[in-house]
Design a protein around this ligand. Structure first.
Ligand code: ZN
Length: 140
């Protein structure tokens, strides 16, 4: 793994949270993006090399809605950047970690992503993400 790419924070109200975090960080979010497959709307703040991703549920059965129901608002996941997500998924499987999706999914911010089950990582939801290369995106 290369670095912490972003930290995901579950919020109830994205526009309210965007305002609050803009005051906290002293800068505005640089994008808002919906990920329909996950039932979330996200916004991103750039913090040097790392980002903060705010996540709001866009429908009641969204994993974010369930998370907030159970645990309240707060840190939801930590995302690590990897060079080759398939190789990293294989390696982590061999190390005994439980991967939540068999194939990488398309996430927000031009990334292929997968998640590790928090039961296998001491309660932390870990996301792996790999930047989608321009040619690969165009070839789809
Ligand atoms: Zn994320």
């Amino acid at each position: 793994m290369k670095k912490i790419e972003h930290i995901g924070i579950a919020v109830k109200n994205l526009s309210q949270a965007n305002g609050l975090y803009a005051r906290l960080f002293g800068c505005e979010h640089y994008k808002v993006e919906a990920v329909e497959s996950e039932g979330v709307t996200t916004s991103f703040f750039q913090m040097g090399e790392t980002k903060i991703e705010l996540l709001e549920a866009s429908r009641p059965d969204s994993p974010i809605a369930k998370f907030i129901e159970k645990k309240g608002e707060g840190i939801h996941h930590i995302a690590f950047e990897v060079e080759d997500i398939l190789a990293e998924m294989r390696r982590l499987q061999q190390e005994g970690f439980t991967i939540l999706n068999e194939q990488p999914k398309r996430g927000a911010d031009n990334k292929l992503v997968c998640f590790l089950h928090p039961k296998s990582t001491q309660g932390v939801l870990v996301e792996l993400c790999q930047e989608i290369k321009e040619q690969a995106a165009g070839a789809e």
